[in-house]
Every structure is written in C-alpha cells, then in structure tokens.
Ligand binder design. Structure first.
Ligand SMILES: Cc1ncc(COP(=O)(O)O)c(C=O)c1O
Length: 265
C-alpha cells in the first residue's frame, strides 16, 4: 500500500521532505548515527551487489591490497567481485558457518608496517563482530556488508570504526528489492577523492553534488521505494530498534531449534 501512493517528481521538495523525515528518524537512533546521515550519497536504486561495487570503486585503486574474509556464500561472491575489479585480494578463509579469523587479521595488521593493506572487507551477518579492536593502530579502511544485519542485529558504525557500511531494501527493512543504502565515514569520503577505480554510475561525487544542491538524485530514483523506506523506518522506530533486534534474535533462535528438533526426530 505504502509504495502505491501518487508519484512526485524526483526533484521536488516534497520528495526531499519524505526522505528527510524518515532519515532523521533513523539518525536519532544511537546505534546508527552515521548510517543514514549521508543519505544523499547513500540511497541508490541498485541491489546489494551494486552497493559492494560502489564501496570498492569509490575508495580503492586497482592493485590495492584488500584483506577479505571468506566465510560464506556472500563473501565468496564479494571476493569474486573484488578480484574481477583487479584488487589484490588477500583471502582469509574459515570454515563456513564459523566467524572470521580475527587472529589472522591481527597478525597481518601487525606485520604490515608499510601499510600495504588498504581495506578490510567483511560480511557482518556471516560472521562475528569485534574486528575494530585491531584496527585502531592501522590506517586501513573497514568496509562492512550489513545487507542482512543492519536493523536486524546490533550494528554500530561509529563505535566499531566502520568506514563504509551498506545494506539493501529487501532484508530487515522489509521492502521490495531494488534499493540499497551506502554510508561512508569522513575517512572513506577522503579516500574517494584519490581512488582511481573507474566508476560512473557509482561515483559518489555526482551524488554529493546533487545532495548539496538539495535535489538529491542525479538519476531517477524509485519514488515508491522511497515512500516504502519512510514507512519501514516509521515501523522500526515505533517498535523500537532494540525490540526489533530482540525479535529477530528470538525468531532466529526458534528457527534453529525447530530445524534441530526436526533433524533429530
Ligand atoms: C549478506 C548479503 N550480502 C549481499 C547480498 C547481495 O544482494 P543482492 O542480491 O541484492 O545483490 C545479499 C543478498 O541476499 C546478502 O544476503
């Protein structure tokens, strides 16, 4: 229903306020202070795979060394993309279903006195968190796929020192697919000024330009998804982010218990 409302032109001030209200609401949540903050940069009409490419090409140059954790299907696909974009990918593999091997990461960071590691890539919901402990002493960028975790699991962009966080519409936001949100820290925005990877549609520069002009989108967004986002955020904050996260936790636990019960009966 929400997404079938009347159209607005995508350069109208009405649309800007639809987005602004939704986004400001999210910014109020103490866990995601930066996440929806730079929404002029962040909201685009592509899917999660496009968000990966946006995060990589805006912050890195071909040949840059990335430490990437292989812990499941989505990290496998992201690593494939990183390799095809000509980054030098240092893959750290763990058994699927296990968390990322943070000890290996810590030893790589300590050994990297020349700062050759330009980024660390991790899929949040295929792993455990806590990587930030090792990052404070290293200038590397920290890129996190939160496609199935943001608004479903505890996610603290600023506190964990995340430089690029991304999510998609079709998971915890309960929307149709087709929209993704990318958020960049000041460090990532700075890196985007010198990153040499080719990008056109994904170029943050264009989005920032239109954001500053107050018209927000250089290309035509899906107005329906923006209405949907606004409503999804209203629902999340009506229930309370903590309650939403707890509900996801309860349902996940119940699902695992049912599967285990069926398996052993
Ligand atoms: C954790 C994770 N990352 C990335 C993706 C890729 O998103 P998309 O299929 O929208 O490209 C998915 C899709 O389900 C996902 O679950």
């Amino acid at each position: 229903m929400t997404t079938s409302r009347a159209q607005l032109t995508h350069h109208s001030s009405g649309l800007a306020s639809v987005c602004m209200l939704g986004i400001l609401k999210v910014s109020e949540a103490d866990r995601l202070p930066s996440f929806f903050d730079c929404y002029g940069l962040g909201i685009r009409m592509i899917n999660g795979t496009g968000a990966w490419e946006s995060a990589l090409t805006n912050t890195l140059s071909p040949g840059d060394r990335i430490v990437s954790f292989l812990i499941g299907q989505f990290s496998l696909l992201w690593i494939d993309q990183q390799q095809r974009l000509n980054f030098n990918v240092d893959v750290v593999e763990s058994d699927w279903g296990q968390g990322a091997n943070l000890e290996v990461l810590a030893s790589k960071l300590v050994a990297d006195s020349a700062h050759t590691i330009k980024a660390i890539c991790i899929v949040h919901n295929e792993t455990a968190t806590g990587v930030t402990n090792n990052l404070a002493v290293h200038p590397t960028l920290f890129l996190v796929d939160g496609v199935s975790s943001i608004c479903a699991l505890d996610f603290r962009m600023d506190e964990w020192g995340i430089d690029v966080a991304l999510t998609g519409s079709q998971k915890a936001l309960s929307l149709p697919t087709g929209m993704r949100i990318v958020c960049a820290s000041p460090k990532a925005l700075e890196a985007s000024k010198t990153a040499k990877s080719l990008r056109v549609f994904f170029d943050w520069k264009d989005y920032l330009k239109f954001y500053k002009m107050g018209t927000f989108w250089p290309y035509t967004p899906s107005i329906q998804l923006l209405y949907g986002l606004r409503t999804a955020l209203d629902l999340i904050f009506e229930e309370g982010l903590d309650n939403v996260i707890a509900r996801h936790g309860r349902l996940a636990k119940a699902t695992r218990q049912v599967i285990l019960f069926d398996f052993f009966m």
